[in-house]
Write a protein that binds this ligand. Sequence first.
Ligand code: PSU
Ligand code: MN
Length: 309
Amino acid sequence: MKRFTDYIDISGEVLNALRQYEPIVALESTIISHGMPYPDNIATALELEQIIRDNGATPATIAIINGRIKIGLSSEDLELLAKGKDVAKVSRRDIPSIIALGKTGATTVASTMIFAQLAGITVFATGGIGGVHRGAETSFDISADLTELAQTDVAVVCAGVKSILDIGKTLEKLETLGVPVLGYKTEEFPSFYTRKSGFYVDYKVETPLEFAMMLKTKWDLNIDGGVVIANPIPVEYEANQDIINSAIKQAISEAEKNHIKGKEVTPFLLSKVKELTGGESLEANIALVRNNAALAAQIAVEYSRLTEE
Ligand code: PSU
Ligand code: MN
């Protein structure tokens, strides 16, 4: 009989950290293959790993390479994902096909959470999570990231959700699913490129230790599922709200015109917004993921201190 470990390759660096119960931070790979252009994506991927090390934790970038789940990627793996040829976008439901057929895929928030949990990693840094799309009342387009957050025990550090989504409905859905939405030094839920959204988090949290205490409490009580940790983009990197909003409007109307459906919707909107806003959005995007990697590492350090006793 095959066990789940037979499907997974863990890098030496990550394996070492797991064996010593040292803090680890998971990173997704869709952000590399579908989220940023080459070569900014590979440079950012490597930089995020270094930021995590500099903050006292071990980075574990996750993907499926030739049908193997990989936790901790080599520079060749990262290069392959960054060039993005024949790289599938893998959410929960894509996992069995991509693995069984020996293909290569980049993991979304949902699938990165699944693999992080299998490997025993509890903190994960990304840019933005998926959510409820605008017009979901007719399209039913709601990201599988939300149902994953309801059941998989991983804390996801993000800069909120992009306003390609309906932020209010996304927060309502997270409430229904019982997912805590916590803000780092903020009462307002951030909207990725900017610090504001007009919507609020459940609790404002002041320190990485407080986050770690909340995670420990949740999982000690067997309340399954993850947590959204919303970390606003640093002020100096905030993008121009009007430019972003008009790009998003145009991207959504082009998606409708072109009848984009299913898993293509998010990558289509992201690349249109990128195209329409040029360097402005890319620079903000890189700055916010760096900020998230640092906070995630600090939370992982506190969480492993709390749980080693
Ligand atoms: N939002 C972003 N950048 C991203 C994504 C979302 O601002 O790169 C990616 C993440 O990997 C996320 C996925 O998990 O898109 C959600 O896709 P979907 O909406 O198809 O579930
Ligand atoms: Mn969708």
